[in-house]
Design a protein around this ligand. Sequence first.
Ligand code: AMP
Length: 213
Amino acid sequence: MRIILLGPPGAGKGTQAKMLKERFGIPQVSTGDILRKAAQDNTELGRQAKILMDAGKLVQDDTVIGVIRGRIAQEDCRNGFVLDGFPRTIVQAEKLMDTLKDMNLSVDAVVDFVVDGQALVKRLTGRRTCSDCGAMYHETSRPPKIGDICDACGAPLYQREDDKEETIKRRLEVYRSETAPLKEFYRKQGNLKTIQGHGSAEEVFSRVCSMVT
Ligand code: AMP
């Protein structure tokens, strides 16, 4: 199964991708996670990407397309994958289509999450991320059991630099201008599934499952 998750920052793509990974045994391929790991490892790619990420801007198309091509060619993606945060521009979507065509593969579903703007800002400003395993929490709606420590692995939680209010505004603007046009792109191809992203993660997940199975 090959699934693309679309939707604005804070729509729940990461959470749903993790749940799909568990349910269907397919890897979550998140360009944001890959770039953050590169930044943590202080690679050349990571250093350059971090400047753009912290400013709420997109990383260059060529860079992320290269990252994705390498990642989906790996063995664990052979039976499918969930793309989380890619594509984010029309150029990326076109290049992805070319890449999959070359591999004789296609996308089964493109799921677009709809969440209103105020809810997105609330979700993002309250989000806390595990510094080690990437698990996500929310300071009010999904707090960790103990302090600022990850329930799953015990590592400290942190607030992503780009989850601060001033950067969120920029990310939402970038989403509207660069990424929202992808809905029309995939609608024309006939595989766009629109899902209401409000409610608990479990409620949203049951909507997702009814669309992709
Ligand atoms: P995310 O974790 O998906 O919210 O992504 C965090 C940041 O990583 C974004 O704001 C961008 O700076 C960068 N990024 C992630 N995916 C992409 C992509 N497909 N194209 C360009 N930049 C990306």
